[in-house]
Structure formats: C-alpha cells, structure tokens
Design a protein around this ligand. Structure first.
Ligand SMILES: Cc1cc2nc3c(=O)[nH]c(=O)nc-3n(C[C@H](O)[C@H](O)[C@H](O)COP(=O)(O)OP(=O)(O)OC[C@H]3O[C@@H](n4cnc5c(N)ncnc54)[C@H](O)[C@@H]3O)c2cc1C
Ligand SMILES: *[C@@H]1O[C@H](CO)[C@@H](O)[C@H](O)[C@H]1NC(C)=O
Ligand SMILES: *[C@@H]1O[C@H](CO)[C@@H](O)[C@H](O)[C@H]1NC(C)=O
Ligand SMILES: *[C@@H]1O[C@H](CO)[C@@H](O)[C@H](O)[C@H]1NC(C)=O
Ligand SMILES: *[C@@H]1O[C@H](CO)[C@@H](O)[C@H](O)[C@H]1NC(C)=O
Ligand SMILES: *[C@@H]1O[C@H](CO)[C@@H](O)[C@H](O)[C@H]1NC(C)=O
Ligand SMILES: *[C@@H]1O[C@H](CO)[C@@H](O)[C@H](O)[C@H]1NC(C)=O
Ligand SMILES: *[C@@H]1O[C@H](CO)[C@@H](O)[C@H](O)[C@H]1NC(C)=O
Length: 608
C-alpha cells in the first residue's frame, strides 16, 4: 500500500513545483483577463491551453474543484469507476436528480467530475468516436462546419494513438485504419496488457449472430463489431486526461492563470449597442455560499465550459435562459433563451446477466497489483474493449414499425408548455433520426460483455429532459429531470435491446464458457413485453453522457449557441463543452468533447 502511494508522491512533488507558475490564489488575480474560461474540465482546459498559445493575450481558468491527489481510482484502470471510490468521491459533484416516474420513482444522479480535468478525470477511459452520420446530422441541424469531414482533423489533433504490439494485436485481431488517427496529440490512446481470452469473446458471439467486423470504429464506421481503446498512457498505464494532456504542459506560461476550488456564481453582462444587445464583460466568483463575492473583468470573452449540467445553471443564474424560469425567481432577463437547460439527452443502459465459470486467465488482486507495479502489465493495466455498435435493424425485428410510430407520433408525451422553438427543434431532430436510424451506418445500441453480463446501451434515445434552477443561490441544487422513457417509443428500443442481449448470451460461443446457472437478469421466464418493460424500469442506469442543454442550433429550433458557439443575443460569450452537442452521438463522449473544444479554440482565435 505504501509502496503504491509513493509512486504518486513523486508526481505530486513535480506538480507542486509547477504549481507556483500557473495556479494562483485569489490575492494574485489580475483585475482583468482577455479571456476567462469557466470550468477547468475536459473542454475548458483545451480552450485555455490553445488561447494562451498567443503570449499577447491573458487567460484565466476558474475551476470549482481541486487537483486530484493521484488516487488509484483516478489513475489505475482496475479502480476506474469503482463504487464508493471514483464515483462517489470528492471529485464528483453528486448532483441530485428528480425521481423518475417511468423508473418506479428511482432517481438517477448524473455523475460529473469536480476537479482539474473535470469528467475526463473520473470517466471510464473508453476513447472512441461516433459515426459519420452522427456528426453529419449536427451539420444538418443548421451548423455548417460541424460534420464528420470538418471534425476529423480535430479528432486527429487531440490524439496520440498507440497500437498494441504484435503479441496482442495478432491474436486479438486488433486492426486499425492509419489515416483515421493522430500520432502527436495531447491525449494518449492505447491498450492495456490485461487481455484474457474472454476479452473478445463477444466477437465470437457476434460471428455466431452474423454481425460483421469493422477494421476500425474511429474512421467514421462506428457500427458492428469493433475494438475500443482507452485514454491511457502507453508506458505507465495511468489515465491520460485533460490535466496531464492540456493543463500541466502550459502552467509555466506567464499569460495563463488557474484559480482552483472557486466557484463561478454568475456571468456579468452590460448593455451595449444602445441597450439592444448585452455583452458579457466578466464573472463573479465565490469560495463558498457564505464568502464574499468578487468580480473579475473579461476584456474580450467569457467561455463557459462548466459541463452539460452546470453550464445551463450558470447561464440561468446570469439572466440568460427561459424567461418563465428567470421571472419566477425575479432574475432580471438579460436574454430570453428557452433552450437553456432543455434538450437534455443521455445514454442509458440495461444489463442481462447469467453466471459463468470464472475466466481461467483472470488474475487475483495480489498478483494483479504485483504485475502492475512491477511491470505495468496484468489486469490492473486495463485492456481494450470488444464492442458492438449495432444498427436498429440488427437488434430489433420491428425496427421499421418503431420508426414509423415515431414518425407519426403526437406530442402528448412532451410537457404541454414546451416553448414552440423547442418543439420545432425536437421535430427537426426526429426527422434526422428517422433518416439515419434505418441505415447501416448508425448504431442504435451499444453492447459490451464481461463476467457474465451483457450491458446494452441505447444510443439515440427519443426522450428529452431538462435542468432548471429553482433558487437564485448558486450553491443550491438545481432541478435535474432527465425524463427517461418519457417518450414511450424508447421502451420498444430498450426492450428489444434486452432481447438482443439475451441472444448474445445464448450463442454457442458464450455458452461454451460454462454457465453456472440460469439467467439472473432479467431472470428466466421474464418474457412478455410488459414484463420486460417493468424490468427496464427497475434497472435502467446512466452511461454519464449528458449533452444538449445549451445546444448548438438555430435559435428558431431552440438553440442556445450558433455555429461559432456564441450565445444568441449576448456578445462576448460562448459555450464550449458537452452541452452544445445538439443530438447525442452513438459514442462515449470524451473524444468528441475534446474535438469540439479544439475546433472552438480555432474559431475563437479567428474571431469568428
Ligand atoms: C462517470 C463518468 C464516466 C464516463 N465514461 C466515459 C468513457 O468511458 N468514455 C468517454 O468517452 N466518455 C465518458 N464519459 C463522458 C465524458 O467524460 C464527458 O462527456 C466529458 O468529459 C464532458 O466534458 P465537459 O468539458 O463537457 O465537462 P467536464 O469535463 O465535466 O468539465 C466541467 C468542469 O467545470 C467545473 N465547474 C462546474 N461548475 C462550475 C462553476 N460554477 N465554477 C467553476 N467551475 C465549475 C467542473 O468542476 C468541471 O471540472 C463519462 C463521464 C462520467 C461522468
Ligand atoms: C487462450 O489464448 C491463448 C493464446 O491465443 C491460447 O494459447 C490458449 O489456449 C487459450 N486458452 C484458453 C483457455 O482458451
Ligand atoms: C479480423 O478483423 C478483420 C477486420 O479488420 C476482419 O475482416 C476479419 O474477419 C477478422 N478476422 C478474424 C479471424 O476474426
Ligand atoms: C504517466 O506518464 C505521463 C507522461 O510522462 C505523465 O504525464 C503522467 O503524469 C504519468 N502518470 C503517473 C500516474 O505517473
Ligand atoms: C491470490 O494469489 C496469491 C499469490 O499467488 C495467493 O497467495 C492468494 O491465496 C490468492 N488469493 C485468492 C483470493 O485466490
Ligand atoms: C513484463 O512486460 C513484458 C513486456 O510487455 C512482458 O513480455 C513480460 O512477460 C512481463 N513480465 C511479467 C512478469 O509479466
Ligand atoms: C420478433 O422477435 C420476438 C422476440 O424475439 C418474437 O417473439 C417475434 O415473433 C418476432 N417477430 C417477428 C415478426 O419476427
Ligand atoms: C430545488 O430543487 C432541488 C433539486 O430537486 C431541491 O433539492 C431543492 O430543495 C429545491 N429548492 C427549492 C427552493 O425548491
């Protein structure tokens, strides 16, 4: 235990020395900065890094959380996402969500990182991209320049791809498309050394079921059976996240300041252009709810990167959001933007479980720990993920019926008082989902197998939620209502994705692993449509892919930011984080968020 800790003390010591340069205390703040970035998370650290490349401009990043202390659950794949550790730690906001009527009153709290690096510090390491269709649909939602072709250079820019050595690549058939990858970017993409014969057994199951194998899911063909790499450093096998990738390397810059453990409570605005348009000209900060507020001026721009849960809250607290919400709290309306906090989307998962004999190659923790510290190999070092990203027609034998019902569905599942622009935006999204979900280049559900569990995740949910403030206190919780399954058609996809997960478990390849007993989830005999729906209600969980709450879309579709990520109606203010994603892509989100932030940095530098 002590030996393990000491590995990280060295890192910490290095950091403290670095820290004297860029991490400042409140008393060291300048009175103004050219750019102020709110949130030192995944996107915010990219933007602060890129903007400060120009020594003539000053950049401040304000982060609510602290530096992580190099805990095992941050760095070691074995401990990533372990309950009672990473996911409930001081580095998680622990936002409370509303009980969900369709989930038997269960609340699903969205995890979100609260430290330097944000959610990239606590996520599950999978490093992937969506399909061509996913990004092209953003462009078709009225955002020229945000399709697959425009984003690919940024996916390449963020990445240093490390293909596994022959001893792993060959037996596990890990192939890749060299043209899809970057080889000198800040984020390390690699495979651990903890592969066992069961790591890719789901590929055998897919073969049994006739699911084709892709060369490389990052080249835009994010469908069928494919390998997923990790955001993992290829030699020390510790997490590669925004802190080592984008923060530590630039702390020495004299024009870069970072203020930590400080919350931005409000964006300050002034009226300009004869009072017709507001301009963001600074921020208000506080250490705690009772401490004095302090303001800092922004000479050029404020960039909001607090993540998809917190960014809409900060806008609303600043008078930018749905007029009804602001007026109910007596917040002066700076800009009436009905989309702020709406169009909330997430990926949610269902498991199917049958116990199997233990993987004979699995190694116990004593050996795992030894191998990791001795050699950075073994199960603690992680592996890669054998994934299925399956089109709707693969997982469901009623896919055209589902889409037809979706196409002709009334709006009765939506809140009656939904703003007409949001309705128009949801309608446009519907048209795009109906266009793309029948194709073989759009995945409807993701499948992962491990230890007797097939976990299936819905990638293009039809339900939309919201998050709004109910208090003017920035330290009070906001209302988070994901409205999971509020669109009844999501049930059909979820029930069919459970059925397909069962088909995976039932394949000869999986059954050859030696079942120790019958299926335990949903459980033998749970067969009918209604029984499976009840199972879904009791088990659905989040994949932590919150997006959409400050969507990049035309204003008349309920958008909050334009294609240059500028907030409508407010000069000098942009949003850059997962909240601008207008339609959640069929992928885990981190690489997409990094790419958005790189592209945004170029846009800001150009002054577009
Ligand atoms: C538990 C978990 C597992 C995940 N697993 C994966 C995965 O395996 N693969 C993958 O690709 N994606 C995964 N994701 C998703 C991905 O990590 C996120 O979508 C992405 O990191 C979000 O980046 P962001 O910049 O939008 O927000 P964040 O990275 O969350 O950054 C927001 C930052 O703003 C700060 N902040 C918030 N409010 C304030 C305030 N008022 N003042 C100052 N600072 C503030 C926060 O503390 C935080 O540091 C996971 C996410 C989570 C939470
Ligand atoms: C596991 O894979 C290795 C290498 O391909 C092979 O030699 C071995 O027989 C396999 N073991 C089992 C139990 O299948
Ligand atoms: C290996 O992967 C390729 C895709 O890159 C696929 O075409 C091929 O069938 C796979 N081989 C085996 C033995 O599964
Ligand atoms: C792993 O190595 C990278 C690159 O040298 C470094 O940035 C990171 O801090 C290291 N991680 C740990 C936990 O030592
Ligand atoms: C794990 O391996 C160690 C070393 O071989 C052994 O002493 C220990 O009993 C094993 N533990 C379990 C739970 O199997
Ligand atoms: C240590 O790592 C090397 C290179 O990956 C590998 O060949 C070797 O088998 C490992 N040693 C142990 C004890 O696992
Ligand atoms: C579709 O699949 C379900 C469940 O697997 C089955 O009961 C049903 O008969 C199938 N329907 C068609 C039209 O094939
Ligand atoms: C606002 O909503 C949050 C989250 O549901 C709740 O915890 C809080 O009590 C509510 N506050 C008020 C003033 O109603």
């Amino acid at each position: 235990m002590l030996a393990r800790r000491s590995q990280f003390v060295g890192l910490l010591a290095t950091f403290v020395v670095l820290g004297n340069c860029g991490i400042i205390s409140e008393s060291q703040l300048r009175s103004s900065y050219d750019y102020i970035v709110i949130g030192g998370g995944t996107a915010g650290l990219v933007v602060a890094n890129r903007l400060s490349e120009d020594p003539r401009v000053s950049v401040l990043v304000v982060e609510a959380g602290p530096l992580d202390k190099g805990e095992n659950f941050i760095h070691i794949p074995r401990f990533v996402g372990t309950a009672g550790d990473g996911l409930t730690s001081v580095y998680n906001w622990n936002f409370p969500a509303e009980p969900q009527p369709e989930l038997n009153g269960r609340a699903i709290n969205p995890p979100a990182g609260r430290c330097v690096g944000g959610s990239s510090a606590i996520n599950a390491l999978l490093f992937d991209r969506g399909s061509i269709n996913d990004y092209n649909s953003w462009e078709e939602l009225g955002n020229p320049g945000w399709g697959w072709k425009s984003l690919l250079p940024y996916f390449i820019k963020i990445e240093t791809y490390n293909h596994p050595p022959k001893e792993i690549a060959q037996p596990f058939n890990i192939t890749f498309d060299p043209s899809a990858h970057g080889y000198s970017g800040p984020v390390q993409s690699s495979y651990g050394r903890g592969f066992t014969n069961q790591t890719d057994v789901i590929f055998d199951a897919f073969k049994d079921l006739g699911v084709p194998r892709e060369v490389d899911g990052t080249n835009g063909r994010k469908v069928n059976a494919l390998w997923g790499s990790f955001s993992l450093h290829p030699t020390n096998r510790s997490r590669s996240y925004a802190r080592p990738a984008y923060f530590e390397p630039v702390l020495k810059r004299r024009n870069y300041d970072a203020l930590l453990e400080t919350r931005v409570t409000r964006i300050l605005t002034s009226s300009s252009k004869g009072g017709r348009k507001s301009k963001a000209n600074g921020i208000e900060i506080a250490k705690s709810s009772t401490s004095a507020r302090r303001t800092i001026k922004a000479n050029r721009e404020v960039i909001l990167s607090a993540g998809a849960v917190a960014s809409p809250k900060i806008l609303q607290l600043s008078g930018i959001g749905p007029k009804k919400v602001l007026q109910s709290l007596n917040i002066p309306v700076v800009e009436d933007l009905p989309g702020v906090g709406y169009n909330y989307q997430d990926h949610s998962a269902t498991p199917v479980v049958q116990p199997f004999a233990e993987d004979p190659q699995a190694v116990n923790d004593t050996i795992g720990e030894y191998l990791y510290y001795k050699n950075r190999t073994g199960p603690w070092s992680g592996s890669g993920l054998a994934l299925g990203f399956l089109p709707l027609s693969t997982i469901s034998n009623r896919s055209s019926d589902i889409l037809a019902r979706y196409a002709f569905q009334s709006n009765s599942h939506l809140p009656a008082d939904l703003h007409p622009t949001l309705l128009a935006g949801y309608e446009r999204q519907k048209q795009l989902l109906i266009k793309y979900l029948p194709t073989d280049l759009t995945a409807a559900s993701e499948y992962i197998y491990g230890g007797g569990a097939v976990v299936a995740t819905i990638l293009h949910p039809f339900s939309r939620g919201y998050t709004i403030i109910n208090s003017t206190d920035p330290f009070a919780n906001q209302i988070i209502n994901q409205r999971y399954l509020s669109n009844p058609i999501d049930y059909d996809v979820l029930v069919d994705q459970v059925r397909y997960a069962r088909r995976i478990l039932a394949t000869p390849s999986i059954q050859a692993l030696g079942p120790l007993g019958p299926e335990v989830l949903p459980g033998e005999g749970v067969e009918g449509e209604e029984e499976l729906r009840e199972f879904v209600r009791g088990i659905l969980s989040t994949f932590s892919h919150v997006s959409g709450t400050c969507s990049m879309m035309p204003r008349q579709l309920g958008g909050v930011v334009d294609k240059n990520l500028r907030v409508y109606g407010v000069d000098g203010l942009r949003v850059v984080d997962a909240s601008v994603i207008p339609l959640v892509p069929g992928t885990h989100l981190q690489a997409t968020v990094y790419a958005i932030a790189e592209k945004a940095s170029d846009i800001i530098k150009r002054g577009d």
